[in-house]
Design a protein around this ligand. Structure first.
Ligand SMILES: Cc1cc2nc3c(=O)[nH]c(=O)nc-3n(C[C@H](O)[C@H](O)[C@H](O)COP(=O)(O)OP(=O)(O)OC[C@H]3O[C@@H](n4cnc5c(N)ncnc54)[C@H](O)[C@@H]3O)c2cc1C
Length: 553
């Protein structure tokens, strides 16, 4: 609340940016950023990771420049609600300039298209105009784009990544209903227009299907009762054997059961082969391995099947090919520094980045020797406890799995002699290394990474101001703990029902109004501003009193 009120004060924004006179770099103009004694921190993107960083960074430590093609932050978990009018567009958007006000940061509405790591400049483009922006520290938080799997006909599909995607989906749904009830529309065409297909059974696809169901049964049924009774079809095509397969199986089965009770068709173990203007074709395998192709006439397709690199992220990975081996994201170390940048001045976070997991086996001798002080070649139970705590501090991302080892000490003590020898220790480390998987592409990961980086960069600025040590990486490592991720659970809205997976087999599944309002209150509390919180509360009240706005404009 205090931050909100501070942001509303009338403090003057920083002076507008100018181009440096007579200065060019590789054929393009360079933005003039006069020396102020502070480092220039350039943040690419205005999504979850970037905004969390900007909200956490202490004011007045850096000259902050935010660059993004969109001058607003989008609260993505509520985008499915926007597609059906439960929530209005502006209620999920927060202007980036408002967020930047506290740090007196500047904003450039453009997309990053190239970077020169030697000269420390990033090339940005807006409608054919290019300019280089110099940086001392660069944070890449440009998100990811939808994966295409090389499928033909994706131009006939909607995606749900942005507010404009949500707007065109909302228009398309209403257009189909209005067209379907025209007296001139044949029955077959009505059926096609009212068949809504979702490709991909992940959280976005399932939540969109759930919101569509709410729109049908809570609003459209009052205006198109005959049409809804017999003609509307909602179909989800999923390549795996369950929808929401990244969540606990109990949640997946609950979602499938909920959808089937609502006459929504879930087709699993099937792959979309191609899409035409009026049909979707998918293949499925029978038990003998024979592949059959099926056609579903469709009036609407949502494509939501996973993520891939944006062109800018791919460019960074290609530039640093010796250190960047992952084909799906920029690899960063446990301080979120991009691998391959020797001075540690470039960071990446959120969906465009993947944190390199520790490989404990590579440090086996060092780890063993650090606790084995008796020269017996064996670790006692007490020494093992010390090992767990010291290693968890050094490698926080492995902490959860290390702590589990303590519980299973006897399982790894193969000869049952009450101590752990080097070969038993090796089996333990192999087990931990195998259990460590990449962090998921979730808002909460990007949010925690942004907050971590905001805090780290604040500490760094103060540390450098007090030290004469110019070895930035070593100062960085000493001053700042590695990043640690705390999973708070994954939520899914299922249409008058909601489910959550808290990890470790703990789940919540509810098919009542309480579940719906629990889901809403979680997202309400996560809003980035008081303004969006108020707007959301008003949207939900409006929807409760008057229903959704079904006008098409
Ligand atoms: C519909 C939907 C629902 C979701 N629901 C959930 C949920 O319920 N829970 C959950 O945890 N996660 C959810 N997610 C995932 C979550 O939104 C992402 O994990 C999160 O947005 C990642 O944050 P980010 O900062 O990496 O990228 P984003 O939030 O995608 O932001 C990327 C930013 O980079 C900008 N940008 C792109 N290219 C460039 C460029 N070249 N130069 C500069 N800027 C650029 C974009 O304009 C954007 O501002 C959902 C995602 C979607 C699409």
């Amino acid at each position: 609340m205090k931050d909100e009120l501070e942001a509303l004060d009338n403090e003057k924004p920083p002076p507008e940016l100018q181009l440096a006179a007579n200065k060019q770099h590789k054929g393009y103009a360079v933005v003039d950023l006069p020396a102020t004694g502070k480092e220039r921190l350039v943040v690419l993107g205005s999504g979850w990771g970037a905004v969390s960083l900007l909200k956490t960074l202490q004011a007045d430590l850096y000259d902050v420049i935010s660059i993004s093609p969109h001058n607003y932050f989008v609260f993505t978990p509520l985008l499915p609600s926007v597609t059906v009018g439960t929530v209005e567009f502006r209620s999920v958007m927060e202007p980036i300039r408002r967020i930047l006000k506290r740090t007196r940061g500047r904003y450039i509405e453009a997309g990053a298209v190239d970077v020169d790591f030697e000269a420390k400049m990033v090339l940005v483009e807006k409608q054919g105009q290019f300019m280089w922006v110099p940086y001392d520290r660069l944070v890449v938080g440009v998100g990811a784009q939808s994966v295409t799997h090389g499928i033909d006909g994706l131009q006939h599909c909607h995606q749900l990544k942005s507010v404009s995607d949500a707007r065109s989906i909302r228009q398309h749904i209403m257009a189909n209903f209005e067209k379907a009830v025209l007296p001139t529309t044949s029955l077959e065409e009505k059926r096609r227009l009212l068949t809504f297909v979702v490709c991909g059974g992940g959280p976005t696809g399932c939540e969109f299907a759930a919101e569509l169901y709410d729109l049908l049964v809570e609003d459209l049924v009052h205006y198109f009762p005959e049409t809804i009774q017999g003609l509307v079809n909602v179909v989800i095509v999923q390549s795996r054997d369950h929808i929401l397969n990244m969540m606990d199986q109990k949640v997946s089965e609950f979602a499938e059961d909920t959808f089937s009770r609502r006459n929504m068709k879930v087709i699993t173990n099937s792959r979309v082969a191609r899409i035409t203007e009026s049909s979707i074709f998918y293949t499925s395998k029978d038990l003998e391995g024979n592949v059959t192709e099926h056609e579903v006439p469709q009036g609407f397709v949502l494509w939501s099947t996973g993520l891939s690199l944006t062109p800018f992220t791919r460019l960074i990975c290609d530039r640093l090919a010796d250190s960047q081996k992952n084909r799906h994201a920029i690899t960063v170390d446990d301080h979120l520094r991009v691998k391959g940048i020797s001075d540690g001045s470039v960071y990446a976070l959120g969906d465009c980045a993947t944190v390199e997991m520790p490989h404990l086996l590579e440090h086996i001798q060092e780890l063993f020797d650090s606790v084995e002080h008796t020269n017996t070649g064996e670790i006692t139970r007490d020494e093992f406890e010390v090992f767990i705590h010291s290693t968890a501090r050094k490698y926080p991302l492995a902490a959860g799995h290390l702590k589990e080892l303590g519980v299973h000490f006897d399982d790894f003590d193969a000869d049952g002699n009450g101590v752990i020898c080097l070969s038993e220790f090796k089996n333990m480390l192999v087990h931990v290394d195998r259990s460590l998987t990449a962090l998921p592409a979730l808002a909460q990961v990007a949010d925690q990474e942004g907050a971590y980086l905001g805090r780290s960069l604040s500490i760094l600025a103060k540390t450098f101001a007090e030290t004469s040590d110019n070895a930035h990486s070593s100062v960085h490592d000493k001053a700042i703990q590695p990043f640690n991720y705390h999973h708070h659970g994954t939520l899914a809205y299922l249409g008058r029902a909601a489910a959550a997976d808290f990890g470790g087999g703990y789940t919540y599944r509810g098919s009542n109004l309480a579940a719906k309002y629990l889901w809403r209150s979680t997202y309400w509390s996560m809003q980035v501003s008081l303004r969006t919180r108020l707007m959301l509360a008003m949207d939900w009240t409006r929807e409760l009193l008057f229903g959704r706005d079904i006008s098409r404009f």
